[in-house]
Design a protein around this ligand. Structure first.
Ligand code: ZN
Length: 388
């Protein structure tokens, strides 16, 4: 029995992989599927033929021509449309519409206050998303919505899990609220994870294992292993910001602990340290302005912050041996910050770990979360495509 069942299991797995590629628009032809999966075109053809026969996919006859006969494009029935993607921050949301295949066609930003609680914020966001979808050039049909939130997300419950400074959000079922409001499937993800997925697939030179760090007023990180997001047991994998380091001393942290990386290496920490020295700064943007003006104290503090983050990343790189560390967030636009991280990793990590390691700035910038959560949404929509 087991031997008879095995080829069927392999075929089912291959069909699902093909369905993900085709429904997401990442592959549109047999040739692209074969290249993407690294398997023989004949194997792909056989599977595609079976899927066409069962109606799981269909042919449109409008593939991209590379000279000669025009190849037939594949698609999943009912999968034509766009994806709505939203990245919520503390004081604003960035929204976008993704075309099939992950291309961001249009974006906008709206001001909001996350502390107002989930319903006022989500009402504002869905209204803005409807308006944005309506302006898309080829109709406004949305197939699904993906949302990135600035706190620990319980992905199964599609809710935030005890976020700090976000009253009313903990345990609120964001996914169901969005589905009821918009009538389309929704996925909910933590912002560091969404960014990590966007960056991982957004760089031209690809690696299968990456760490993406966002250093802004807070610090977050996300991990991809074998091209898949690694969330960890409680969804908190990559949360390096609450690693205690000696330089943190007794400084209280937002998590209730003392001496976390966040208390010495984040934008909020730099604001605090500069204020202690009498500087009139209120937000990370003020720190950025000082460093860009080469103000010596701000520059030194920023370089030291980068060294502390680099010190923690050394342990991450040694443990995980990634192919790339991508640096995003406002602080990563500052040369003294980034060069301190680089030198700390190259000096502190084992040479085997850094030999092929790429340390690169963010490829997508402010759009990384949108592209990342869109990709997660594409994956989540496949079962709907199967059912339909
Ligand atoms: Zn902490």
């Amino acid at each position: 029995m087991a031997q008879l069942a095995r080829p069927r299991v392999a075929a089912a797995r291959l069909e699902r992989e093909i369905l993900v590629l085709v429904s997401s628009g990442r592959a549109r032809s047999r040739k692209e599927i074969a290249e993407s999966l690294g398997i023989a075109p004949s194997t792909v053809s056989q599977r595609v033929q079976a899927m066409l026969a069962s109606g799981a996919i269909e042919e449109t006859g409008e593939g991209a021509s590379s000279g000669g006969r025009r190849p037939r494009a594949l698609r999943v029935p009912g999968s034509t449309g766009h994806l709505g993607v939203v990245d919520i921050g503390g004081t604003h949301a960035r929204l976008g519409i993704l075309r099939h295949g992950g291309e961001l066609t249009t974006t906008t930003e709206v001001a909001l206050a996350i502390a107002d609680g989930p319903e006022p914020v989500l009402t504002q966001v869905t209204a803005a998303l409807r308006e944005l979808a309506g302006t898309a050039s080829d109709g406004g049909r949305l197939l699904g919505v993906g949302i990135s939130l600035p706190g620990p997300v319980d992905v199964a419950r599609r809710a935030l899990d005890s976020p700090s400074r976000m009253p009313g959000w903990s345990g609120f079922d964001v996914g169901t609220w969005l589905e009821d409001a918009l009538g389309i499937p929704a996925v909910v993800e933590n912002d560091a994870n969404a960014m990590a997925v966007g960056e991982h697939f957004g760089h031209a030179r690809r690696t299968r294992h990456s760490v993406s760090v966002k250093a802004g007023s807070a610090i977050g990180a996300g991990i991809l292993v074998d091209d898949r997001l690694h969330r960890g047991t409680g969804g908190a994998a990559g949360d390096i910001t609450h690693t205690r380091i000696p330089a943190g001393g007794d400084t209280p942290c937002s998590c209730g602990n003392r001496g976390c990386l966040e208390t010495v290496a984040s934008g909020a920490a730099l604001v605090r340290l500069l204020r202690e020295q009498g500087y009139d700064v209120a937000a990370t943007a003020d720190v950025l302005a000082l460093v860009r003006d080469a103000e010596p104290v701000a520059t030194t503090l920023t370089r030291t912050a980068g060294r502390h983050l680099g010190e923690v990343l050394c342990a991450v790189v040694n443990f995980f041996n990634p192919g790339a560390v991508y640096l995003g967030g406002a602080l990563s636009t500052l040369e003294p910050f980034v060069s301190a991280i680089r030198s700390q990793i190259y000096e502190g990590a084992h040479p085997l770990m850094t030999r092929d390691l790429v340390i690169a700035p963010s490829a997508l910038g402010a759009d990384a979360n949108l592209v990342g959560v869109g990709r997660l949404l594409e994956d989540a929509l496949v079962p709907h495509a199967l059912a339909g």
